[in-house]
Design a binder for this molecule. Structure first.
Ligand code: ATP
Length: 235
């Protein structure tokens, strides 16, 4: 394994008395695509929200590019190349597409990065002056990904990017994720669509009730009949 870009050690996340995550440890090699999969409520979002500085861990340690970022705030992480595409897209519906993209680069004012997003997603370029709320769900997902790309992330975390989208659009989202990874960006993908995510990933981590219950090369998890039957369901 090349030097890890991200190390999570013994992570715990609690909401009041609810212990959502405990004892979660994993490493992500630079350039890899890894996925956290598991049922609704397993703790996947809590893990990546802790990594991206959106929630404060109650225990453990998170290291990004060799620096301890356990208590680093989200905006500082974004400026340092660690960016999350949140669950439910979270685009600002009344702002234009262009304004949403500008927000992704608030810290850098990187106009070239916005132009690159428009080249990658021509549909966003065509509609740049329209409010983001006028886009379809799939287009809003592309905008949410584009907004993250404007920050030129070295590590991108995506929370349920396929949620609520038609199968054809899900294909497009997975194609975009593969392309982002092919440019050298490390990707951590959280998905309930476990089979799909494992097919795209190098390594997989299967979560249940706040813990990692299986980990390994994604192809090995997919090939394990017991895991498929217990966690991935019938196709
Ligand atoms: P989902 O697919 O629904 O996002 P998940 O695997 O990402 O599921 P989390 O969202 O991390 O799981 O939730 C893990 C546990 O923590 C669940 O029991 C959930 O109800 C609880 N939880 C999550 N966020 C909060 C919160 N803000 N306050 C209280 N409990 C929360």
């Amino acid at each position: 394994m090349t030097a890890p870009i991200l190390t999570v050690e013994d992570l715990a996340v609690s909401y009041g008395r609810v212990e959502a995550v405990r004892g979660v440890s994993f490493e992500v090699a630079a350039g890899d695509l890894i996925t956290l999969v598991g049922a609704n409520g397993a703790g996947k979002s809590s893990v990546i929200n802790a990594v991206s500085g959106v929630v404060r861990p109650s225990g453990g340690r998170i290291t990004f590019e060799g620096k301890d970022v356990t208590r680093t705030q989200a905006h500082t992480l974004v400026a340092n190349g660690l960016v999350q595409v949140p669950e439910g897209r979270q685009v600002l519906a009344t702002l234009t597409i262009h304004e949403n993209l500008q927000l992704g680069g608030w810290h850098s004012n990187d106009k070239a990065a916005i132009d690159e997003v428009y080249e990658r997603f021509p549909v966003l370029a065509e509609r740049r002056e329209l409010p983001a709320g006028a886009l379809s769900g799939g287009e809003q997902q592309m905008l949410a990904i584009g907004r993250a790309l404007v920050a030129r992330p070295r590590l991108m975390l995506l929370d349920e990017p396929s949620m609520g989208l038609a199968p054809k659009i899900v294909d497009e989202v997975f194609t975009v994720i593969r392309e982002i990874r092919a440019t050298g960006t490390t990707v951590v993908l959280v998905e309930q669509n476990a089979r799909r995510a494992l097919k795209a990933a190098d390594h997989g981590y299967l979560m249940a009730t706040g813990e990692i219950v299986h980990a390994g090369p994604a192809a090995e998890l997919l090939a394990d009949e017991k895991i498929v039957q217990a966690y991935l369901g019938v196709e």
